[in-house]
Design a protein around this ligand. Structure first.
Ligand code: TUI
Length: 318
């Protein structure tokens, strides 16, 4: 058993949160993770509020354990989704891709635990002052929309900047990552890429296989020029996007080429036009497995490693 401030805060068994991945983090995946003792998240992404409401109802039918919703703040529907999570009595809200300040009063009044994803210590401090309950310090090893700082550098600096609990994200897919996260000052981990390959994940079999086949250097960052960098698997398509950006393609043209590309990856496994978001840790993901198995292996190995860290590493103290 690994009990931390985060397992206490959420009333969960293991200090593992599943990332609120756009198109991937649906009700089935979130419920499976929560049922297995972690905290599952539904990713609201850019979906309309009715769709998110439907997913929340579906998750409630699948699990009586706590689960959360990730609100992607760049969504045109963010205001409506902010209201839906309150109406539906969601216990935990994480936010990404922006500052959730304008929703804080509404969410705190409803007793929601608010956990923003932050890419910097400065934003973490602002979020603590705004009354957030914890922060996710997400390094740029992550898949999807990323900041500039690595997990190794971000987590300890965020941990020093705030007194609320810190959850480490970015590059964590096994016990070594969990142990490192604790050593850096985190109280829990958030994992994304490993759950792309959960049996319950809605990702197309081709997407899962591409993550399994990926090695350490197989991701690429697109969208830097437009100010919304996205990490995904290297394909002919994503390489061509970077080439176009380097040739100063217009933002409109870039948007046109990338619109709907994540959906094409998740639902269709379309390698020609899909964006297969993935973290740099894909190389550690070797198979598709049920969420419960993923979590039990991750946490079982972590407990063993944490108990015996130096001996397992051949490090001699004193
Ligand atoms: O949000 C994510 N990852 C995502 S969101 C997403 S969907 C999307 N698609 C196209 C363009 C943009 C998004 C896919 N992956 N992770 C959390 C995260 N939050 N990463 C970085 C940030 C972030 C960035 C700036 C959080 C706050 C922030 O603050 C700016 C400010 O207002 O101070």
């Amino acid at each position: 058993m690994i009990k931390t401030k985060i397992t206490e805060l959420f009333g969960i068994q293991y200090p593992v949160i599943q990332g609120g991945m756009a198109w991937v983090a649906d009700a089935k995946l979130a419920a499976a993770v929560s049922e297995a003792g972690g905290l599952g998240l539904i990713g609201a992404a850019a979906a309309p509020a009715e769709v998110v409401e439907g997913m929340i109802k579906e998750a409630k039918a699948l699990t009586s354990k706590p689960f959360g919703v990730n609100v992607m703040l760049m969504s045109p529907y963010a205001d409506d989704i902010a209201r839906v999570v309150v109406e539906q009595g969601v216990k935990v809200v994480t936010t990404g891709a922006g500052n959730p300040g304008k929703y804080m009063d509404q969410w705190k009044a409803a007793g929601i635990k608010v956990i923003p994803v932050v890419p910097s210590a400065a934003l973490a401090k602002r979020m603590e002052r705004a009354g957030c309950d914890a922060v996710v310090a997400e390094g740029c090893e992550s898949g999807g929309h990323i900041g500039e700082t690595t997990t190794m550098c971000l987590v300890p600096q965020v941990a020093d900047a705030v007194s609320i609990p810190v959850i480490a994200a970015g590059g964590i897919a096994d016990a070594r990552g969990v142990a490192a996260a604790f050593a850096l000052g985190a109280q829990a981990v958030q994992c994304g890429t490993i759950f792309v390959c959960a049996e319950e994940s809605p990702c197309h079999a081709k997407y899962k296989q591409m993550v399994i086949d990926a090695k350490d250097t197989d991701t690429i960052v697109t969208g830097r020029a437009g100010g919304a960098p996205i990490r995904s698997l290297k394909t002919k398509f994503t390489r061509s996007l970077v080439k176009m950006e380097n040739e100063n393609i217009s933002r409109e043209e870039f948007e046109l080429r990338t619109a709907g590309s994540l959906r094409k990856a998740v639902q269709d496994g379309n390698v020609e036009e899909g964006t297969f978001m993935s973290g740099q840790i894909a190389g550690l993901v070797k198979s598709v497995a049920p969420a419960k198995e993923i979590i039990e292996k991750l946490m079982g190995d972590s407990e063993a490693l944490l108990k015996n860290l130096t001996a397992e590493r051949g490090i001699i103290l004193g």
